[in-house]
Design a binder for this molecule. Structure first.
Ligand code: UT7
Length: 349
């Protein structure tokens, strides 16, 4: 069995900065409310007609590949995590593959929302450990701004999310005690609709009641999107924020503790915790619960908002670029999000 490591990381965020004040021109919200409840000051929005989830992923991937000291031709497998894909199908993995010109290798799309990058890291780790692949390209990318509700009705969701992409190359390592020490994956579908983008889909009301969506009786076709959905603007993501918040602050410490315990470490041993950037208040709560110092936790939600599957690789990459992820450091990644899904990874860098 090989041990695997993150050999190179990169991130890409679109140029366009959207401040909280910019959002007040579209919906009833305020800079004060957003900063107080989430810590977010601004986020980036992709350029429509030019950028997509796949194109942003490709930009991040090129940087990760270069930093890993390989070429695109060396990549032997792709894992792409997103909840905001370019198409309903096929997935973004093949679209990014086409952009990068590395057709022929396998491309796997995964749908684990905010936990997507850690789930993807775990999958890559298994492939590398068994010797099946040597250079797995793992990407988390989101183009949220294309699918958000910019009316006041959608404000609780819309103000949180931003666009961007992060990427990593996972390779085998022979360095004793280094690399990905363990990954821990969890899910609980009980509360699937508490944070969800339900339409379009083939559910035809099975989980929530047919009447709610106005499906025609006993007809084939035309059930992904109905007139009622459009009329009632039931075509955007929804979130029960307080409910999600309560779960998040329980599951983050739990899954971090699981990773530490598995490897015989304590919170004080962590050099850097890179939590999924869900909400600054959640990160601060987790930090307090684990009694971590400020310099042990990396947050950048203030600048980018919540970029879901991209948030951990963007944060990890920024921390690395700032010299906060050094050779031999103990790095903990932790995520919680829609599904619900939650996950962690412990890495000796
Ligand atoms: O990454 C995936 C995981 N997601 C999360 O972890 C998100 C977890 N949840 C949260 O971060 C928080 O629940 C939010 C930031 C989304 C919301 O904060 P909250 O303190 O839970 O607010 P709330 O939803 O309870 O709403 C409080 C009030 C309501 O008004 P009333 O009913 O008290 O009059 C909302 O209508 O704030 C109102 N509100 C807003 N006001 C201004 C909701 N969104 C906004 C807004 N601007 N954007």
């Amino acid at each position: 069995m090989f041990q695997s490591k993150i050999a190179g990381i990169g991130f890409y965020v679109p140029e366009k900065v959207v401040t909280n004040d910019d959002l007040t021109k579209m919906m009833d919200t305020s800079d004060e409310w957003i900063q107080e409840r989430t810590g977010i000051k601004e986020r980036r929005y992709g350029q429509k007609h030019k950028e997509t989830t796949a194109t942003m992923g490709a930009e991040a991937a090129k940087i990760a590949v270069k930093r890993a000291g390989i070429t695109l031709d060396d990549v032997d497998f792709i894992i792409f995590a997103t909840l905001s894909p370019d198409y309903f199908f096929p997935g973004c993995g093949v679209l990014m593959q086409r952009i990068l010109g590395i057709n022929g290798i396998g491309a796997l799309d995964i749908r684990n929302q905010c936990s997507g990058f850690v789930y993807g890291l775990s999958i890559a780790d298994q492939f590398v450990k068994t010797g099946m692949y040597k250079n797995v390209l793992l990407v988390g990318s989101e183009f949220h701004s294309a699918g958000l509700d910019f009316s006041t009705k959608g404000r609780n969701v819309t103000v949180i999310f931003g666009d961007g992409a992060g990427a990593a190359i996972i390779q085998p390592t022979k360095e004793e005690g280094k690399g990905i020490l363990s990954t821990h994956l969890h899910a609980d579908g009980e509360h699937a609709e508490k944070l969800a983008y339900i339409n379009p889909g083939c559910h035809t009301g099975v989980h929530l009641g047919k009447e709610q969506f106005g499906y025609p009786e006993d007809e084939y076709g035309g059930a992904f999107l109905t007139e009622k959905m459009f009329k009632e603007q039931d075509i955007f993501p929804n979130m029960d924020g307080q409910f999600v918040f309560k779960f998040a602050v329980t599951k983050f410490p739990e899954v971090i503790g699981e990773a530490l315990q598995k490897n015989g470490y304590k919170p004080e041993d962590i050099d850097l915790l890179v939590p999924h950037q869900a909400n600054l208040r959640i990160s601060q709560f987790v930090q307090r619960r684990l009694r971590l110092r400020d310099d042990q936790v990396w947050n950048n939600i203030q600048k980018y908002g919540n970029t879901t599957a991209a948030s951990i690789p963007i944060a990890l990459c920024e921390a690395w670029e700032a010299g906060k992820v050094k050779d031999g450091d103990l790095i903990c990644l932790a995520a919680f999000g829609s599904g619900f899904t939650w996950a962690s990874a412990l890495i000796r860098w």
